[in-house]
Design a protein around this ligand. Structure first.
Ligand code: PRX
Length: 655
C-alpha cells in the first residue's frame, strides 16, 4: 500500500486514471457507444429498452411535449416481472438476489430470486386482499430489511405506486407525504435496529395517522418484537396476512407510462415535492445505467450499493436497476459508526464484493478512520468503485482509488438527482480516463450543457449552470398534484432546457465538474435538505421570532446546517438558558423533519442582517458561518449586526 505522502503526489501531479486494460477489453460499454449515441440517441435508448421483457412493444419511442415526455408509447410491461419472474423463468431462480446483513453481527439472510419472487407474489396477493388496486398509493416507512424490497415490488406488481419515506423522518414529515399523495395503506415495522439497539417505528406511524383519515390499513412487519399500540380496525400484522397467501400471482402488464412511484425531495420552499416516476422509461434508464456504468457481470459480480432504500439511490440502484439486471447484491442494514470501524471492509471481504457504490461523506468518514482499518481484510475482489450524492473532493477520490480499490479499480463519480431517476453524468469504467473530482461526460443518450445566466453555452474552461437539453427515459413525469410547480421549478429558468439547480464547470477538455447547488438546497452527508424547510420548522417553535439557515462547508458531511435565530420576548441571558433553548430548538427540528435535519450549530442573535427592503442576507451569514471575509455589505440596513453575530460566533467557538 502506498504511504500517505504518495496520496499528495497523486494529487499534485494532476494525474489521469486510464481504465485498466483488462477491464476495458471486456467492458459492457466500449468507446463506440458514444458514437452510436451521437448518431441516433433514440435508437440507442430503444436498444437499452430491449434489454427488458415487454408484454407489448411500443409504437413510438418518445412523445415530447415540453415539459412532458412519454417514452415507449404504447408499450406494456410489469416492473416486478422484469425484476423477478423473467430471471426465475430463465433458470436463474437459485441465484442469490440479496445477501442481507442486519445491523447486528448475527443477523443475516440470503434471498434467492425464486424466494424473493414467492415473497413478492404473497405480498401482492395480500395487498389485493386489503383492497389495494392499480393506481392506489401505498406509503412504505421501513428500514433496510428484505421486506422493504418485497413491499415495493409487490406494489409495482399490482400497479399501486409506492412512496417510500426514509425511516429517519419524523411523524410529521411522514404525515405530510401520506396526505400529499393520499395514501390509503401504510406498510411499516414495529421497530428497527440502530447500532444494535431496537428503536420504535410504528409509534411514529400511529402519530402521523391521527390526521390521515383516508388510511384504511397499516401492514406491520415484526422486526424487533417491541411493544406496539394496536388499532384493531386498521392494523394488521404482515405475518398474519402475507405468510398464508398463495405464492403464485399472475401479474398484469401496465402501460409504459403507468406511475411506478413517488419520491419526495426537498426543494427551495418548505414543502417537499412528490417526484413522479413511471414504469418503462425509468426501468430502461436504471437497468441500462447499472449495466454500463458499473460494468455489471451478473454471473460473477457481487454488487453493494450502500445507500438507504428511503432515498432515490436505493430505489434505482438497490432495487430496480440491479434486480432488472439479475444482479447479486449485498444489502446492509447498518451505517458506518466509530464503534465498528472495520465493518465495511469485513463485509467486502466476507461477501467478496466486486462493485461498491457509496457517497463521498462515507468515503471521507472511512478515510478519517484510516487505511490501517482495511489492512487485515482481502479487498482484492473489488473491481469498480462508484460515488454519488455530492461532489467528491479529489483527496477522497484518490484515497478511495488507492486504498479501497488497491490502485486498480476505476472510480465512477455519478451525477444525478431524484428527478432524473438514474445516472446522467458519469465516467464509463472501461472507456473513460478519469480525473479525480470530475463526473466527466453525459451518459450516452443524455444531453447536458453548462450555460450562463442567459442560457448561452459557456466555452471550455468556464463555469455556469447545469442544464439537460433533451428528455431522457428516467426523467420525472411531474410533481405529484402540482403541474405549475413542475414548470416553475425546472422549466421556467430557461425556455427549452431542464434546470438542474447545480453549478458546473466545463474544463479545457470539455469534461464536466459538478460544483454543488446554486439554490437554497443544502447537501448534508449526501442528503438533500432545504434551508427553507428548516427555517419553517424553527419559526414553528414558540420561542422563535425569525430564523435563517445556511449550509456551511464541513470536512466530513460536505455541508453542515447552521441556523441563526432571533427569539420572541427574552431568553434567560445566562448561558444555561441559552444552551437549553438551543437544545430544545435542535430537538424541535428533529421532531418536525427528522434527525438528519438537526442543525450542527444554532446561534441566538438579537438581529439578522437584512437589506433595506427587509430581505435576510444569507450570503453574509454563510460567510460568517465559514469564518470568511464578508462579501459586499453595502446593501445592509445595519452593518453592525454582522459584527455582533461574528463576535458571538467567535466567543462560542472559544468555549
Ligand atoms: O447537487 C447535486 C448532488 O445531489 C443533488 C441531488 O440530490 P438527490 O435528489 O437527493 O439525489 C441524490 C442521489 C442521486 C444534485 O442536484 N449530487 C448528486 N450526485 C452528485 C452530486 N453533486 C456532485 N457530484 C455528484 N456525483
Amino acid at each position: 500500500m502506498a504511504p500517505d505522502n504518495a496520496l499528495d503526489a497523486l494529487l499534485h501531479e494532476n494525474r489521469r486514471f486510464p481504465p485498466p486494460a483488462e477491464l476495458a477489453a471486456a467492458a459492457n460499454a466500449q468507446p463506440d457507444i458514444y458514437d452510436r449515441a451521437a448518431k441516433d440517441r433514440l435508437q440507442l435508448w430503444e436498444e437499452m429498452a430491449r434489454r427488458l421483457d415487454w408484454d407489448q412493444p411500443w409504437d413510438q419511442v418518445l412523445d415530447w411535449q415540453l415539459p412532458y415526455a412519454k417514452w415507449f408509447v404504447g408499450g406494456k410491461l410489469n416492473a416486478s416481472v422484469n425484476c423477478l419472474d423473467r430471471h426465475v423463468a430463465a433458470g436463474r431462480g437459485g441465484k442469490v438476489a440479496f445477501h442481507w446483513v442486519g445491523d447486528g453481527e448475527r443477523d443475516h439472510r440470503d434471498l434467492t430470486y425464486a424466494e424473493l419472487h414467492r415473497e413478492v407474489c404473497k405480498a401482492a396477493n395480500a395487498l389485493t386482499e386489503l383492497g389495494v388496486k392499480a393506481g392506489d398509493r401505498v406509503a412504505i416507512y421501513m428500514p433496510m430489511i428484505p421486506e422493504t424490497v418485497v413491499a415495493m415490488l409487490a406494489c409495482a406488481r399490482i400497479g399501486a405506486p409506492h412512496t417510500v419515506v426514509f425511516c429517519g423522518f419524523s411523524a410529521e414529515a411522514l404525515r405530510g407525504r401520506i396526505l400529499d399523495c393520499d395514501c390509503q395503506v401504510v406498510i411499516t415495522v414495529d421497530g428497527q435496529y440502530r447500532r444494535g439497539a431496537p428503536t420504535p417505528v410504528k409509534a411514529a406511524v400511529d402519530e402521523a395517522l391521527l390526521e390521515c383519515p383516508n388510511v384504511r390499513h397499516t401492514l406491520v412487519v415484526r422486526r424487533t418484537g417491541g411493544d406496539v399500540d394496536w388499532d384493531a380496525g386498521r392494523d394488521v400484522w404482515w405475518h398474519d396476512v402475507v405468510d398464508g397467501q398463495s405464492d403464485q400471482h399472475q401479474a398484469e402488464a401496465f402501460d409504459a407510462e403507468h406511475p411506478l412511484y413517488i419520491m419526495y425531495t426537498s426543494g427551495t420552499t418548505a414543502r417537499p415535492k412528490g417526484i413522479l416516476h413511471t414504469t418503462g422509461g425509468y426501468l430502461t434508464h436504471v437497468s441500462a445505467t447499472h449495466h454500463y456504468v458499473f460494468d455489471l457481470k451478473p454471473d460473477t459480480d457481487v454488487y453493494w450499493c450502500a445507500a438507504d432504500i428511503g432515498w432515490v439511490t436505493g430505489h434505482s440502484y438497490i432495487v430496480y436497476g440491479p434486480l432488472a439486471n439479475g444482479a447479486t447484491s449485498l444489502m446492509y442494514e447498518g451505517t458506518p459508526h466509530p464503534g465498528d470501524k472495520d465493518r465495511w471492509w469485513k463485509l467486502i471481504d466476507r461477501y467478496k464484493v466486486s462493485i461498491l457504490y457509496t457517497a463521498p461523506t462515507t468515503i471521507r468518514t472511512l478515510m478519517k478512520w484510516g487505511a490501517q482499518e482495511l489492512e487485515p481484510y482481502d479487498l482484492s475482489t473489488l473491481r469498480v468503485l462508484g460515488s454519488v450524492g455530492e461532489p467528491i473532493n479529489p483527496e477522497a477520490w484518490v484515497w478511495y482509488h488507492t486504498y479501497v480499490g488497491g490502485g486498480r479499480c476505476p472510480v465512477v463519480d455519478t451525477w444525478w438527482q431524484t428527478e432524473t431517476g438514474g445516472i446522467m453524468i458519469t465516467p464509463l469504467p472501461g472507456v473513460t480516463t478519469a480525473k479525480p473530482g470530475a463526473a466527466m461526460r453525459p451518459f450516452p443518450g443524455v444531453s447536458a450543457d453548462v450555460v450562463d445566466n442567459e442560457g448561452k453555452s459557456v466555452p471550455n474552461g468556464s463555469g455556469g449552470l447545469l442544464v439537460l437539453t433533451e428528455p431522457w427515459p428516467g426523467m420525472l413525469r411531474g410533481i405529484w398534484g402540482d403541474d405549475e410547480r413542475y414548470r416553475q421549478t425546472y422549466w421556467s429558468r430557461f425556455p427549452d432546457a431542464y434546470f438542474a439547480g447545480d453549478g458546473a464547470k466545463r474544463d479545457e477538455d470539455g469534461d464536466l465538474w459538478l460544483l454543488g447547488r446554486v439554490d437554497d438546497v443544502m447537501n448534508v452527508s449526501g442528503h438533500r435538505i432545504s434551508t427553507t424547510e428548516i427555517e419553517h420548522a424553527l419559526v414553528g417553535h414558540p420561542s422563535v421570532a425569525e430564523a435563517a439557515v445556511v449550509g456551511a462547508s464541513d470536512p466530513t458531511t460536505g455541508q453542515a446546517i447552521v441556523a441563526f435565530v432571533t427569539v420572541r420576548g427574552s431568553v434567560a441571558e445566562d448561558e444555561a438558558g441559552g444552551e437549553q433553548l438551543v437544545e430544545s430548538l435542535r430537538n424541535h427540528v428533529a421532531s418536525t423533519i427528522g434527525p438528519i435535519a438537526k442543525p450542527r450549530q444554532i446561534m441566538i442573535t438579537p438581529d439578522l442582517p437584512k437589506t433595506r427592503s427587509g430581505k435576510i442576507m444569507r450570503r453574509l451569514l454563510r460567510d460568517i458561518a465559514e469564518n470568511r471575509e464578508l462579501g459586499d455589505v453595502t446593501t445592509l440596513l445595519d452593518p453592525t449586526v454582522t459584527e455582533m453575530i461574528r463576535d458571538r460566533m467567535t466567543l462560542g467557538a472559544e468555549d
